[in-house]
Design a protein around this ligand. Structure first.
Ligand code: FES
Length: 128
C-alpha cells in the first residue's frame, strides 16, 4: 500500500482555499512544537455561517492536505458545526494518514477551533 492516499496527494498538490482572507472574522494560528510546523486558518462568517475559509500552512504535505480538506469541510457550515470538526473526520475525509502523520491533522482541528474562538471574542468586543 502506498504511504499516502490519492486524496492526500491530490490535496497536497492542488490545495483548496490556500491563502489568506484580508477581512477575516476569525483567525486561528497553531503550531506543533515538535516538528515546528505552523497552520493559520482564516474564516469569513456571516449570520453564523462560514461563508469562506482559507489557510496558510508552513508545514509538511500532510498538514497542507489536512488544511485543504478541513477548510472544504467547514465551508458553508454553521460555526457551531465547525467547532465539532475532529481531526479524525479530516483523516477519514482524506482516506487516512499514516500513523506518524495523524498529528498534522490535529493542527487543523485546533486552528479552526482557535479561529472560531477569535470570532466569538471579537464579536463580544464589538458588543454584537
Ligand atoms: Fe508536523 Fe506534519 S510533520 S504538521
Amino acid at each position: 500500500m502506498a504511504l499516502y492516499s490519492e486524496k492526500v496527494m491530490e490535496h497536497f498538490r492542488h490545495p483548496r482555499n490556500a491563502g489568506m482572507i484580508e477581512d477575516a472574522d476569525g483567525i486561528g494560528e497553531v503550531g506543533n512544537a515538535r516538528c515546528g510546523d505552523i497552520m493559520k486558518i482564516y474564516l469569513k462568517i456571516e449570520d453564523d455561517i462560514i461563508v469562506d475559509a482559507a489557510f496558510e500552512t508552513f508545514g509538511c504535505g500532510s498538514a497542507i492536505a489536512s488544511s485543504s480538506m478541513a477548510t472544504e469541510l467547514i465551508k458553508g457550515k454553521p460555526v457551531s458545526e465547525a467547532l465539532t470538526l475532529t481531526n479524525q473526520a479530516v483523516v477519514e475525509a482524506l482516506d487516512g494518514l499514516p500513523p506518524h502523520k495523524v498529528h498534522c491533522s490535529v493542527l487543523a482541528e485546533e486552528a479552526i477551533r482557535k479561529a472560531v474562538q477569535d470570532y466569538y471574542s471579537s464579536k463580544q468586543n464589538r458588543g454584537v
